[in-house]
Structure formats: structure tokens, C-alpha cells
Design a protein around this ligand. Structure first.
Ligand SMILES: [Zn+2]
Length: 873
């Protein structure tokens, strides 16, 4: 016995020695994180965390999901071994605190005493903002080895630190590979010619209420379903010349529904960060500038709406990992003088990746310290905020939002419910008919009551936004919002949803899972089956059937058969034995019913061919192209990507586009970028420019193979393509390409108007649609469209060879549905969508963002109809 005990003791000692976290990031990587021109890629970062997890009992590693390109996404939990062993208990406490309907204040006080603060740090969502991902390894190592400016053992006893080293692993890999390829050349630190997220690029931080991306879903699960952290810090980088680090407080305006206690918590954590940074002698920390508190789609911002203390940090950038030098006179005046929100200006000089790592280490540790010192308060306030959400009726607070059971596009409505559930919203379904605000709703309608823990989020998502009229100075031009002024999800998705202000009685049942209807048994037996053009999923099925060589038509007018209205553009499918086999699983997948008809001879119709689709991708990392690609993949639309050379040809080969394509799509992009008449360096810029680089002004950082655009040769080839019957689709800003370079008979009435005459920052506007015309098929007569630097087109009687058909216009008045609009009269009666014909082909001008960030499902049909333009009959 004795000897065995000794052996066990020796083993314990031995494992304690092993578990002393002897591998620092520097030892593992061969360089210190943040060293000039050195970057760890995702495999190395993941490898380091895996190694560290074997050396310390203070850290556990979890896989929280899979990236778009199928990389495992890791998250470390760091605390004391005892705390980590009881992780389930701390989560349980957080869940109890989130629901004050099931937890009394007295219980909450006890739970706050017993529980541990859970905090989340997410790094380098924007992959070119490389520092935080590099920093994460050192932060983990410092925490487990006690290298902190506070008593680590004491603080970690109170805090569970969740650390996501990068929530964009694919992007990290791309950026590091690109940087390493060109380090030591004149292209070092320049922009990558493609997006640093496979679909979204910089817009991966605009996805946090839509959850299109696998990465967003993985981190949101940690935030709102699994761990429920009370503080969430998301670490970014901004432009290079001003402040060194932004930490909250945020600037005006705030989203009005967010609880004041959220802002007090944000300010507490942010101010402590500034204090600790100052203590370390780090100058150039700024608060209250640049970053507003009005936005729902960014990672940290969505946290506020869930009563989580969401913190954004933005560090001054270097050129990826290449240091920069700023002459003191180059520091902008607004960051040169002392101000109360910027009391210790950065004087200029060298700025290195390691500087960013140092600032971020202090800011991250400061937050952990704040959480540890205020643990009990933090947890009890977490409870209090949800209690306020559930019990307090705020000014202008509706009672509920009702989503009627009868919808034009039922499957899209179900998708909206799915999205809301990902954000943690509680939804109920009515078990009986009811009346609310004098309106009748049938049983099966959905009800989102405001009295729920995530009230703020549900409210902001479903209501119509009224952006405050903030001017640069009294009577001056408007102060633009940071991003969208509006996002109202039901409007974007074309889903009917009513705000109900007065309370009402109805028997409700919680929706645990979105109730998808079963496809009706016995359907699909007619000689022909009809797919409703009002339903987006019908288009997915049409694409799938066309790929299988099925015979399809589209109806040319709205008619009635068997007492059912058949809207114009409805797909008629010849129900061959092959279709009988292929169709049922498609209907099952899309939860769709069809109309069976044995005879369609009397329906006016035009046949549909499987169109060969090309999507232009410039070398400027165009996010709208990425989202268009996302929509195509999501809906199963086959397409090929076209680059400059595919359109303009090479010295040896002039392409015959018409031989290979029927439709070519240009996503929202400046015509000069498409043609390549704009200098390549324009893509770089502050705030992690959309193009993805921190390009240096003046010098080209683009390797020659990615320079330029399609040129005049490309324009000529596209013209020949259209003359021979091809269809060119131009989205939003690209409409100007169709107008300027091909002479499409329209003109953007907004060009040249300054902000004092017209201003509409990303808002939702009313448009009137002609649903009896091919591009308007399936659309309602009145629709909501996303206006993002969009077009208001004046059309005119066209010259010879051209025809034009206006598909959608802005109405005479009441154009704004949600957001902010100044100078409405510049829009009224102008066209938003125009279908033009040139010789045998077409240019289709879709002047609004019909597929904006894969969010505006309600206007997808403009694009889908352009891809499925019926043949001439
Ligand atoms: Zn960023």
C-alpha cells in the first residue's frame, strides 16, 4: 500500500511538472508574436493552443464549429482547474440569471455569489487585422503562467475566460499566405486581390443578425445559447494615422432600445482599459469617436442588444506585419492636440505589429481584471437587465409583433423564424384565431412578445428604424451613420409582420423548433406541376429541374385556375417520369406545395432554357460579388466566375462570350473599377478597407497580374455578347456601367447631388413593382427595397435598337419605410429597376441592392428573374 501511495505521489509531482506550461508562443513558433514581418498562420495558432492545453490544467480547448472552408474553429476556456471542472454549473447559473421569470431576485443574489463571471474575447474577425490572433497565444500563455498586472490566481478564481483565437480561420490563412508570398518584395503588405472571407470579406462583421455565415453561427451559439458570457470583447484594427487604440465609450447615437445599464457596463470596462493602458505608459488611446452605438449587424454590437457588455477595440494598423513610420507632422490635427476623449496624443514615429499586440494584451487583461473584481455585481446586474427586459415597459414599447400565418412566401417566413431563433428570440404560435389591434389573425400565426429576455434584440430586429436627424453642425449636412440606418428584417425579407401596441389575449404555444409543414401527400400527379413565382424556393427548384433537363415554362400573366390564383411568372413543369422522381425530394427540402394541372394549353406561357450564368469577379475584393456568389450557392444556382481575362481575352484569344454564356452578372461595383480605369491602390484605406488591405498611398501594392480591369476590349466583347442575345445584369452601382459604356436608355438622377440635397444612408424604401413583367414576376405590387448608394433612374424614349420597360419605381410620396431619407423628391417617380433590350439581348438595370448581404430576400426575385428570363414566344 505504502509503496503504491508513493508511486501515486510521484506521478502527481511528475504530472505537475509537465503541466507547468513550459512552451511559450515564442518557443513554439520560433519568434515572438508580433515580431516584424512574422505571422503565425491558423495551423500554427491552433497547434499552439493544442500544445498549451496539454501542458496546463488551467485551459481547456473546445471546437465550436467549422469555418466556411471547413476548418475547425477552436475556443479556449481559461480559469482555475477547479472552475473548469465545474463549467456546466457556471453555464447553468448564467442561464438561470438570464431568465428572471424562473429565478427570483433572492436566488439571483445567491447565484451571483456562487457563480463565475464568463467573458469572451474574439480576435481578428477581419483577417487583415492580424494582431489579435497573434496576441491570443501570448494572452493564453500569460494567463496560465500568471504573467499579469494583477493577481492572476485571485482573478481567475472568479472568471472563466473564453478565447476565440480567430473567428475567421479561412481568412487568417489567406492573409498570412499572401503576406508571406510577397514579403521582401515591393508588394509586401499590400492588398489581397480577393475577399478575406470566402463570401463576405469585411462584411463578415455585418452578418450578426442574419447568421448567413458558419463562423457567425458558431460564435453566436457560444454567446446566446451555450455559455452566455456577460462581457464580450471583439478586437479589430483601424486606419494607421490617428489614435493608436479605440476603446469604448462609443459615440452617438445609441440605438434607443438598449438598456442604460449596458452602456454603463461598456463604459466601466472601456474606461478601465484606458486607465490600465495609461498606467503602462501607452499613449494615443481614444474614446467616444468614430464608432457609433447604432448598429445591429456587428459582432460586439449584437451583444449590446442581448444585454451583454459588448466592447470593440480598434488598434491603429501596420501594413499587415510590416512596421510603418509616421512623421509627427503627418498625424492628423484631430489626433495631434490633447482632448478630453484623447488626453495623451500619440506623437508619431514607428508603429509595429508588436505595439498592437502590447496594447491588446493590456486591454484584454484589463477586461478580465474588471470582470474578476466586479464578479458578483456583474452577475447580479446581468440578472437585473433581463428582469428589466421582461418586466419594464419602455417608452413606445409594443406589446408584440405578429407574423400572420398567411404569407406570400411562406418558406421565406419560416427562414426568418429560423434566423430569429439563432439570435435567441422566443417565438410563440397561436393555437386559435385571435384579434389584435382590431386585426384578425388565424390560428397558426406567430407571435413575438416583447416581454422576453432578449426584448431589445427582438424589438430592434422587427421594428422600423427612425434614425435621428443628426447634423455636422446646426443646419449643416447630415452626420452619416457608421453603417446601416435601417435593417428591419421582415421588410428586408418580404415577410408580413405587424407591430401590435396594445395587449391581446390568445392561447399561445412556445415554438421549440421552427414548424416546417410537410409537403402535401399525393401532390405532383398532374401532367404538369406549377411552382408559385411568389416563393423564392420555387426558383431553387426550377434551377434544379433545369439542370436535370426538365421542360419548363413561365406563365405570362396572372390567371385563376381551380379557384387558385396563378401569378405571372409561375413555373410550369412538364411532369415526366424523371420529374416525378426528382421533384418530391425538392418539395420536401423546400417545404413547398405545387398546383397540379393536366392541361396548360390555355395558359399564356414562354419556355425557359437552362441559362449558362457568369458572375464577374474583379481583383478588388468586391463584397457584393461575394454575397451574390453566396446567394447563388445557397439557392443552388450554377454559375462560373469570370475574371478580367475571361471577358477581355488575351493577346492570342478573343473570347466569344455568347458561345459560352447566356447571362453575365455584374455585382455592385464602380464602372471604373470594372473597366480598370481606376488606380489599383484605391482599394486600401482605413478601418480595414473592404478590399482587405492596408494599401500604401501612392505606390501600387498590387502584383501586375491583378492590375486593371476588363478594359475597352472587354466592353466591346460584352456588347457583341448582348447583340447576339446575351443578357447582362447590372446590380446597383454597376447600372452606371450599362448606362455609360453601352448607352442603356436611363440616367441616374442622383449623380452629382451633394448631401445637403439628397441623403439616404442604407435605408429601406418603398418601391412599386409591375409583377406582370418578366423581371417583376412574383413580386408584390408594393415592395421594400434596400437602398445603398443606389440608383434613381430617369428613363427616356430610347434610340434605335433599344427598348426599355420600367419594372419598379419609387412612389409619389412616403418613400421611406425604415431608416433615414433626406430629399425624398429626388426619388419620387424615378425608376429603381429597368429592363432594357438592345438588339437581340438585354441589359437589366437593378438599381437597388436586391440581394444586399444575402439579407434582402424580399427583392431576390429581381435577380432570379433576370437569370431565368423566358424565351421569346
Ligand atoms: Zn475590423
Amino acid at each position: 500500500m505504502r509503496s503504491r501511495r508513493i508511486a501515486a505521489g510521484a506521478l502527481l509531482l511528475f504530472s505537475a511538472a509537465i503541466l507547468s506550461a513550459q512552451t511559450s508562443p515564442e518557443k513554439f513558433l520560433g519568434f515572438k508574436p508580433g515580431e516584424d514581418r512574422k505571422l503565425a498562420d491558423y495551423n500554427q495558432i491552433k497547434g499552439y493552443f493544442e500544445k498549451l492545453a496539454t501542458e496546463t490544467p488551467k485551459m481547456k480547448l473546445f471546437t465550436i464549429g467549422e469555418s466556411t472552408l471547413k476548418k475547425p474553429m477552436i475556443m479556449a476556456a481559461i480559469s482555475t482547474p477547479e472552475n473548469l471542472a465545474k463549467a456546466d454549473r457556471w453555464k447553468e447559473i448564467a442561464h438561470k440569471l438570464r431568465d428572471p421569470r424562473a429565478t427570483t431576485a433572492e436566488e439571483a443574489r445567491k447565484l451571483a455569489k456562487e457563480g463565475k463571471a464568463i467573458v469572451l474575447i474574439t480576435c481578428s474577425l477581419h483577417a487583415t487585422e492580424v494582431a489579435a490572433a497573434q496576441m491570443s497565444m501570448e494572452l493564453a500563455y500569460d494567463l496560465v503562467t500568471g504573467n499579469t498586472f494583477f493577481d492572476a490566481a485571485k482573478i481567475l478564481n472568479e472568471v472563466i475566460v473564453l478565447l476565440v483565437p480567430t473567428h475567421n480561420p479561412d481568412g487568417n490563412q489567406m492573409v498570412v499566405d499572401w503576406y508571406k508570398k510577397y514579403v521582401g518584395t515591393k508588394y509586401e503588405g499590400g492588398s489581397m486581390p480577393w475577399l478575406y472571407h470566402f463570401y463576405a470579406g469585411h462584411d463578415n462583421n455585418r452578418d450578426w443578425y442574419m447568421f448567413n455565415l458558419a463562423e457567425t453561427r458558431a460564435v453566436s451559439k457560444v454567446l446566446y445559447h451555450d455559455w452566455l458570457p456577460q462581457i464580450h470583447v471583439d478586437e479589430h484594427q483601424m486606419g494607421a494615422s490617428g489614435a493608436r487604440l479605440f476603446v469604448p465609450p462609443f459615440m452617438d447615437p445609441p440605438l434607443p432600445n438598449i438598456q442604460p445599464m449596458v452602456w454603463r457596463g461598456v463604459n466601466l470596462v472601456g474606461t478601465n482599459m484606458s486607465y490600465d493602458l495609461q498606467k503602462h505608459g501607452y499613449s494615443g488611446v481614444v474614446n467616444g469617436r468614430s464608432y457609433t452605438a447604432w448598429w445591429i449587424g456587428a459582432c460586439d454590437d449584437t451583444s449590446w442588444l442581448h444585454n451583454v457588455i459588448g466592447i470593440l477595440t480598434e488598434a491603429a494598423s501596420v501594413r499587415v506585419a510590416t512596421p510603418t513610420y509616421t512623421e509627427p507632422n503627418e498625424v492628423p490635427l484631430s489626433y495631434y492636440e490633447k482632448r478630453m476623449d484623447y488626453p495623451d496624443p500619440w506623437p508619431g514615429g514607428w508603429w509595429r505589429l508588436r505595439n498592437i499586440v502590447d496594447y491588446e494584451l493590456v486591454a484584454s487583461k484589463s477586461m478580465i481584471k474588471t470582470a474578476g473584481l466586479h464578479k458578483e455585481d456583474l452577475l447580479f446586474n446581468f440578472y437585473q437587465m433581463y428582469k428589466t427586459s421582461v418586466e419594464k415597459v419602455e417608452k413606445n414599447q409594443p406589446y408584440a409583433f405578429v407574423i400572420p400565418a398567411k404569407q406570400r412566401d411562406y418558406p421565406t417566413m419560416l427562414k426568418m423564424l429560423e434566423i430569429m431563433k439563432l439570435g435567441g428570440i422566443e417565438i410563440h404560435q397561436a393555437k386559435a384565431d385571435f384579434v389584435a389591434s382590431g386585426r384578425f389573425y388565424p390560428a397558426g400565426s406567430f407571435v413575438v412578445k416583447m416581454a422576453q429576455p432578449y426584448k431589445t434584440y427582438a424589438w430592434a430586429l422587427l421594428e422600423r428604424q427612425k434614425y435621428p436627424d443628426i447634423r455636422q453642425y446646426p443646419g449643416g449636412p447630415p452626420q452619416p451613420p457608421y453603417d446601416n440606418a435601417a435593417w428591419t428584417l421582415p421588410l428586408q425579407m418580404g415577410v408580413a409582420c405587424d407591430q401590435i401596441d396594445e395587449s391581446f389575449e390568445v392561447k399561445l404555444e412556445p415554438v421549440a423548433a421552427v414548424p416546417y409543414p410537410k409537403a402535401p401527400a399525393g401532390q405532383g400527379q398532374g401532367n404538369y406541376v406549377l411552382l408559385n413565382s411568389q416563393v423564392n424556393a420555387s426558383y431553387s427548384i426550377a434551377f434544379a429541374l433545369l439542370k436535370d433537363k426538365a421542360e419548363l415554362w413561365r406563365t405570362k400573366a396572372t390567371v385563376s385556375r381551380k379557384g387558385v390564383s396563378i401569378p405571372a411568372g409561375t413555373f410550369i413543369v412538364k411532369n415526366t417520369p424523371e420529374v416525378k422522381k426528382a421533384l418530391p425530394p425538392l418539395l420536401e427540402k423546400h417545404h413547398l406545395a405545387v398546383l397540379d394541372l393536366d392541361d396548360v394549353a390555355d395558359l399564356a406561357k414562354a419556355s425557359l432554357k437552362p441559362h449558362r450564368i457568369g458572375l464577374f469577379q474583379s481583383w478588388r475584393g468586391n463584397m457584393d460579388e461575394g454575397w451574390t456568389r453566396y446567394v447563388f450557392d445557397d439557392l443552388g444556382i450554377p454559375f462560373k466566375t469570370l475574371h478580367n481575362e475571361d471577358i477581355k481575352g488575351t493577346k492570342d484569344k478573343k473570347p466569344d462570350l455568347r458561345a459560352e454564356y447566356d447571362v453575365i452578372v455584374f455585382a455592385d461595383e464602380n464602372p471604373n473599377t470594372i473597366k480598370g480605369t481606376r488606380p489599383a491602390t484605391a482599394a486600401g484605406g482605413p478601418g480595414g478597407a473592404p478590399g482587405g488591405g492596408m494599401g500604401q498611398r501612392g505606390a501600387s501594392t498590387t502584383p501586375p497580374e491583378y492590375e486593371g480591369g476588363i478594359g475597352q476590349e472587354g466592353v466591346d466583347n460584352l456588347k457583341a455578347f448582348v447583340e447576339k442575345g446575351g443578357v447582362v445584369v447590372t446590380l446597383n452601382g454597376a447600372c452606371e456601367f450599362a448606362i455609360a459604356d453601352f448607352g442603356a436608355p436611363a440616367r441616374n438622377a442622383l449623380s452629382g447631388l451633394d448631401r445637403t440635397r439628397f441623403f439616404c444612408p442604407t435605408s429601406i424604401l418603398k418601391i412599386l413593382v409591375d409583377p406582370e413583367t418578366p423581371i417583376g414576376y412574383g413580386m408584390p405590387k408594393e415592395a421594400a427595397a434596400m437602398f445603398v448608394n443606389s440608383q434613381a433612374l430617369d428613363t427616356f424614349s430610347p434610340p434605335f435598337d433599344w427598348e426599355r420597360k420600367v419594372v419598379a419605381t419609387y412612389p409619389d410620396d412616403n418613400v421611406l419605410l425604415s431608416g433615414w431619407l433626406l430629399g425624398e423628391d429626388n426619388l419620387t417617380r424615378k425608376a429603381a429597376v429597368v429592363d432594357t433590350k438592345y438588339k437581340d439581348g438585354r441589359f437589366i438595370l437593378i438599381g437597388v441592392r436586391c440581394q444586399n448581404r444575402a439579407q434582402s430576400h424580399g427583392t431576390y426575385k429581381f435577380l432570379l428573374n433576370a437569370l431565368l428570363y423566358p424565351e421569346k414566344e
